[in-house]
Design a protein around this ligand. Structure first.
Ligand code: OAD
Length: 224
């Protein structure tokens, strides 16, 4: 039986690929108001503004490549049972070759019906327009968990986190709940590493690797 290593990743994981984080200096939430672009109320008020914001994110993502941190995680699948629980909506873990990725906050390259959330489909390019409809005739929206919405994938994430022998947090400020609460569910005895240049506070005994994701992953390999 291979040991189970679970990665819990956030925006810092993709920073070296050229995607801005949310809460660092110059981050996305400094440039946009959450209430303008990432809530159900924003969607009701100004669909075009919300569509523009996510179209922009998608366009940028299509120009990005996974970084060495993503690739090192994927390479661990040879020796470990590797699972990823990510807050990221990009597909860079998958493009780096990781095969078991759970997206807590949705996926940028997917869209879904605004009336029936089970109707999800992959988008080919970057643009979702007003008038793009689901098969039931309602407007398609980004497949993103907005502030104020439930996080349905939490139910699937919890058992994954609880079964980790090694738990590695990478590039998240641990500001957003319920996702940030997952760290509390790691079983006693499991080793926890935190890779982040700003070492967010965790109320558990952890090994901090205060490095960017790619360098931090190289360090982590020395510990494993
Ligand atoms: P944040 O922007 O809150 O935190 C980013 C973290 O990445 C910080 O702790 C940085 O120190 C760290 N960081 C920056 N550059 C890094 C690098 N090169 N390598 C490693 N770490 C680096 O992003 P998240 O914690 O992911 O939700 O934000 C959580 C959620 O808030 C997101 O999923 C998003 C956002 O609103 C939704 O969109 C629903």
């Amino acid at each position: 039986m291979k040991k189970q290593i679970v990665f819990f990743t956030g925006a810092g994981m993709s920073a070296e690929s050229g995607l801005a984080t949310f809460r660092d200096m110059g981050g996305l939430w400094e440039q946009y108001e959450i209430t303008d672009v990432a809530t159900p109320e924003a969607w009701s008020r100004d669909q075009q503004l919300v569509l523009d914001f996510y179209n922009q994110r998608r366009k940028q993502l299509l120009e990005c490549e996974p970084n060495n941190g993503h690739r090192l995680i994927a390479s661990l699948e040879t020796d470990y049972d590797v699972k990823i629980v990510t807050q990221n909506v990009d597909d860079l873990h998958e493009r780096a070759g990781s095969t078991d990725v759970l997206h807590l906050h949705g996926e940028l390259m997917k869209v879904r019906s605004s009336k029936d959330e089970s109707l999800v489909k992959q988008l080919d390019g970057w643009e979702l327009k007003q008038g793009d409809l689901c098969e039931k005739g309602s407007q398609l929206r980004p497949h993103i968990v907005w502030f104020g919405e439930a996080v349905p994938e939490m139910d699937n994430a919890i058992p994954i986190v609880q079964s980790a022998d090694i738990f590695v947090v990478i590039g998240t400020s641990l500001n957003v709940y319920p996702a940030a609460g997952l760290v509390d569910l790691v079983k006693p005895g499991a080793k926890i590493f935190v890779i982040d240049p700003n070492s967010p506070t965790v109320n558990k005994s952890v090994t901090n690797i205060s490095e960017i994701a790619s360098k931090g992953m190289e360090e982590l390999l020395k510990y494993l």
